[in-house]
Design a protein around this ligand. Structure first.
Ligand code: TEU
Ligand code: CA
Length: 614
């Protein structure tokens, strides 16, 4: 890869994997189209002259930072976009439907109001009957729960409220007996400050653990750098007993681990192997792209910080040793156990994802990319409605360009996000229509569907009435910050748009849930559950829906028509809005599989699945 400099053109920059993804991200953030870059007037311009145009806001320092990041990646993705679908190597996780459980709110077996492992065990038959192949459990390890288990105190112990290691063994056994697999959450960017390593590091300078974390001297009595935390405020905690600061990208109790320390890496890999030896089938890896930080933890660029709302991000979201560390985990733990991995990788775009999931590179099997979750120019806390035309373009772009050596994850929400159905339309009157549409796309597009608990019950966002109903650390911290410049009412309204609690309320089947205030109770919709069963079964009986080629047939406004071809041919037509319209696909020579009948008008959010007659 030729090195990029201020004398390279914008086009040269856009042709590098990191340059491509960063520019795309910036355009997204500013709600500008790709045409802006493809336009020769801009594209042929030297970065040096552009940097003059972008003025103070994105001054030369911004471009230098970007160039350094781009040049830190010498590799280019293998071009495997033009190969036939038969080039895709089969794997169980490409064929699987994965179901995410947020254990705290899934099923409570003993009426203490907290979901638990026995609760999950009691629902295995239900999950099997849905047709799901694997369960991903959000963290169930011992934790003081500052961030609901994403702050781990002991990697080898089960959280007391969730049960015991015996319960876990029984659960794993029950899952395997039913022919399903178990994927655990692996949170190794940070540990709880109550983890033994951190306690030793803090209390005994000679313990050998100080270098497991990022302890630094302050700068003139202030934080070592300007990085801020995803949960508000600075990313540094001061420990007066040692006159040292320690880094935490998330809550004050989630201390970042220093992956540059080979001893730390070897301890983590040993722990992973301990779980794999127990028989777990794979891991979802929490913020795994953050594990390698730039040497010396440099100041974050001002312009990037302002634009992305987080300072310092360019120094850790695609760090200098990321590929190396991912490969090491693969070699020393996943590969010998034939384990599956999916990385949670905020900020990673399509080209960088190729360098992480290209199968020949042996890093991760899949990633979750998040740019599909909000439409351009929006963040999670904005008050707006999600335009599904954007989802069509986003997902088409990935399916057309990701390559046969990479495999996509398909998801709309998780425990960190409000439900997509409510983002598309706040008024719930068409919820069943939208839920059906989303499910049809999820099970007929190319990739592995991840169902988040409750999606299959037709759940929507909760009607929170006050901040006291929210328990998430992010929501509470942000609310406190907002109060500095907004009224209580406004602050609450903003938090309510994006709070992670929308996906964290106890599922309706819990006895205890009946004690929730009326407005926080939801009934499960059996029609949607049945729909999930049908669609999952359809996908299973027709491998074309899994491995078949994807081809876009129409992207007219509010229209998404695509074809999947392999041994068979399917055509799916979606109406992406509430406006009725004429169908684009007439269905001649095809049978209509869904819905049972169709008229010559596509109803609001209607989705149709056709199969070609033999
Ligand atoms: O999330 C990481 C992440 O970047 C987000 O989705 C995050 O919740 C949001 O951006 C905050 O602004 C993972 C977990 O999924 C999340 O639950 C944890 O809180 C976080 O890591 C820390 O472990
Ligand atoms: Ca319980």
């Amino acid at each position: 890869m030729p090195q990029i400099s201020l004398d390279s053109t914008v086009r040269d920059l856009y042709e590098t994997p990191v340059g491509h993804d960063v520019i795309e991200k910036v355009l997204l953030q500013m709600n500008l189209s790709e045409k802006w870059i493809l336009n020769p007037i801009i594209g042929k311009r030297k970065i040096r002259t552009l940097s003059k145009l972008t003025g103070k806001q994105m001054g030369p320092e911004f471009w230098q930072t970007l160039i350094a990041l781009v040049n830190s990646e010498p590799d280019v993705p293998a071009d495997r976009t033009s190969e036939k679908p038969c080039a895709v190597k089969p794997a169980w996780w490409k064929e699987a439907v994965i179901y995410q459980i947020y254990p705290r709110s899934f099923c409570d077996s003993n009426g203490d109001g907290i979901g638990d492992l026995k609760g999950i065990l009691s629902k295995l038959d239900y999950l099997q009957s849905l047709g799901v192949d694997a369960l991903w459990l959000s963290p169930i390890y011992d934790s003081p729960n500052d961030d609901n288990g994403y702050d781990i105190r002991d990697y080898r112990k089960i959280m007391t409220e969730f049960g015991t290691m015996d319960d876990f063994d029984e659960l794993l056994d029950g899952i395997h007996k039913r022919g399903m697999k178990l994927i655990m959450d692996l949170v190794v960017n940070h540990t709880s400050d109550e983890h033994e390593w951190f306690q030793k590091a803090l209390n005994d300078p000679d313990s050998g653990y100080e270098d497991y974390y990022f302890f630094r001297k302050g700068k003139d009595g202030k934080e070592p750098n300007n990085w801020n935390s995803f949960f508000g405020g600075t990313a540094w905690n001061y420990y007066p007993e040692r006159d040292l600061w320690a880094l935490h990208l998330f809550s004050k109790k989630q201390m970042d681990l220093n992956w540059d320390n080979p001893k730390l890496r070897s301890d983590i890999i040993e722990m992973i192997n301990w779980w794999l030896d127990k028989g777990v089938d794979g891991f979802r890896m929490d913020v795994i792209n953050y594990i390698s930080k730039s040497d010396g933890l440099p100041e974050g660029n001002e312009a990037i910080g302002k634009m992305m709302l987080f300072y310092g991000i360019e120094h850790y979201y695609y760090g200098p040793h990321l590929h190396e560390y991912l490969h090491e985990i693969r070699e020393k733990a996943f590969k010998p156990h034939n384990a599956f991995s999916v990385g949670e990788t905020p900020g990673i775009g399509r080209e960088m994802a190729k360098l992480i999931t290209g199968e020949e590179r042996e890093e991760l099997d899949m990633v979750f990319s998040f740019d599909q979750l909000e439409t351009p120019g929006h963040v999670r806390f904005d008050d707006y409605e999600y335009d599904l035309n954007y989802y069509r373009d986003y997902i088409t772009d990935w399916m057309e360009n990701y390559g046969s050596n990479c495999w996509m994850s398909l998801f709309y929400n998780n425990h960190d996000n409000p439900r997509m159905v409510s983002k598309v339309r706040k008024d719930p009157s068409l919820r069943r229509e939208i839920e059906t549409l989303l499910a049809v796309m999820q099970f007929t597009l190319k990739g592995t569907p991840f169902v988040f608990q409750g999606d299959e019950m037709g759940l929507i966002n909760y009607d929170f009435h006050s901040i006291s109903e929210l328990s998430d650390v992010e929501s509470r911290n942000r609310y406190a910050e907002l109060l500095e410049s907004h009224s209580e009412e406004e602050s609450f309204r903003i938090i309510r748009n994006g709070t992670r609690d929308h996906s964290r309320i106890l599922l309706p089947w819990n006895e205890k849930a009946k004690e929730l205030p009326e407005h926080l109770r939801q009934e499960a919709d059996p029609v949607i559950t049945e729909l999930y069963r049908t669609l999952i079964a359809l996908r299973k009986t027709h491998p074309t829906l899994i491995y078949g080629d994807f081809r876009l047939l129409s992207r007219k406004k509010n229209t998404f028509v695509y074809e999947r071809t392999g041994e068979e041919t399917f055509v799916i037509e979606c109406n992406l809005s509430e406006e009725p319209r004429k169908p684009v696909f007439q269905g001649k020579g095809y049978t209509l599989l869904m819905p049972r009948t169709a008229s010559d008008v596509m109803k609001p959010y209607e989705a149709r699945i056709y199969r070609k007659l033999k």
